[in-house]
Design a protein around this ligand. Structure first.
Ligand code: MG
Length: 172
């Protein structure tokens, strides 16, 4: 049986972890949260958007965000990670359509409950995709390790991309 591939799908994974410290604003998935500590980073330290950016770059075969936005470059100092993610999206969406994004936020605190909906909406907004293509999950570490001790927050992301019919490889 001959299988005809009319489209190409790829997947990508991303992971990020940042330390929590006082005197920083906590921003997760582009959403500012009311919490006494925030994530330390050259940018705003948003682990959720960093993990998604890496997953997108992975699926598109374009390396990682450390290569695109080195933390030695003063241009990215304290920059909103929403700007970095939008930049990544712009690099890939001419050729690829974002099929879905799934996210695991690993944080002992704050409890994310209802905030997950806001983060989902924000991710969809930054990437100009329907919110139905984004899923946000949250877990604690049951008190184990640095994350369990509220010293850090981490995030995993997985994405799938579909090559657009108008992409160069798919043209007759
Ligand atoms: Mg990061």
């Amino acid at each position: 049986m001959e299988i005809i591939h009319s489209s190409v799908m790829t997947i990508g994974i991303g992971f990020d972890i940042h330390r929590l410290a006082e005197g920083r604003k906590l921003i997760l998935g582009g959403v500012p949260l009311d919490y006494p500590k925030g994530l330390v980073g050259h940018s705003d330290g948003d682990v959720v958007l960093h993990a998604i950016a890496d997953a997108l770059l992975g699926a598109a075969g374009l390396g990682d965000i450390g290569e695109l936005f080195p933390d030695t470059d003063p241009r990215w100092k304290d920059i909103s990670s929403a700007i970095l993610l939008a930049d990544v999206a712009q690099r890939i969406t001419g050729e690829w359509e974002i099929e879905n994004i799934d996210v695991n936020i690993i944080a002992e605190a704050p409890k994310l409950g209802e905030t997950k909906r806001l983060i989902k909406a924000m991710i969809a907004d930054i990437l100009h995709i329907p919110a139905s293509r984004v899923n946000v999950k949250a877990k604690t570490m049951e008190g184990l390790g640095e994350i369990g001790a509220k010293e850090a927050i981490a995030c995993h992301a997985a994405v799938s991309l579909i090559k657009r019919a108008t992409a160069p490889e798919n043209r007759p």
